[in-house]
Design a protein around this ligand. Sequence first.
Ligand SMILES: C[S@@+](CC[C@H](N)C(=O)[O-])C[C@H]1O[C@@H](n2cnc3c(N)ncnc32)[C@H](O)[C@@H]1O
Length: 226
Amino acid sequence: MTLLAWALGLGIACFLIWWLLIETEGVYLGRRVVIALYDLVAHRYDRIKQFDEYADHMLVSQALLAAIAPKTDPLVLDVATGTGRVPLLMASSAGFHGHVVGMDASKRMLSVAQSKRIAQGFDSFSTLLRADAAQLPFPAEHFEVVTCLEALEFMPDQAAVLAEMARVLKKGGILLATIRIDTRWMPDRTWNEPKMRTELEALGLRDIHFAIWQEDYTQVWARKPL
Ligand SMILES: C[S@@+](CC[C@H](N)C(=O)[O-])C[C@H]1O[C@@H](n2cnc3c(N)ncnc32)[C@H](O)[C@@H]1O
């Protein structure tokens, strides 16, 4: 009986550790833990994620260029840029003549982004910056495009981050974010479509729509009215 109780306790402890550190990436333990975990996995992040570059080009960079057309030189902010997914996609897109600021709170994720940027020769198209998503160090109405992929659910205050993204977006500008499809494992952290629509409308954003993207995430598009 005692052995069974120990085994049960150990099983529950292992599940809790897995859920807190792996499945939910430290989000219930606070911002510092989230960033520390990203620092820890930064050098393996791209291998773990195995992004489909073709799909990303079609559904992120080409879709953004189409949304902002006829402008080809937009100033883009990628919030929680990680290893530089959006900056590198934009920089390698034919027809993009703008500039992307990629910002993230993890020093090591940014350092991987920096190595890739230099290796691929796209350093003139982008700038990388370490900052917190809830306090964007930019003036109001500064960017034509603001993106935040696969990251909002890891922020302690998603509403504050969205408000910051809306603040720095120019009138007529495009916002692209994502929401998780499976909301079971992160209660109170993952927003569904109606919740996201309500939050964006409250920030004055319009033309809100959701687009199928990949297995785990749906894209959320919105525009700041002129
Ligand atoms: C799942 S990764 C997504 C990275 C990138 N957007 C992509 O699609 O590959 C989440 C990123 O959010 C960043 N992050 C988490 N909390 C943050 C915060 N409060 N401020 C800025 N970045 C944050 C992490 O460091 C990590 O790089």
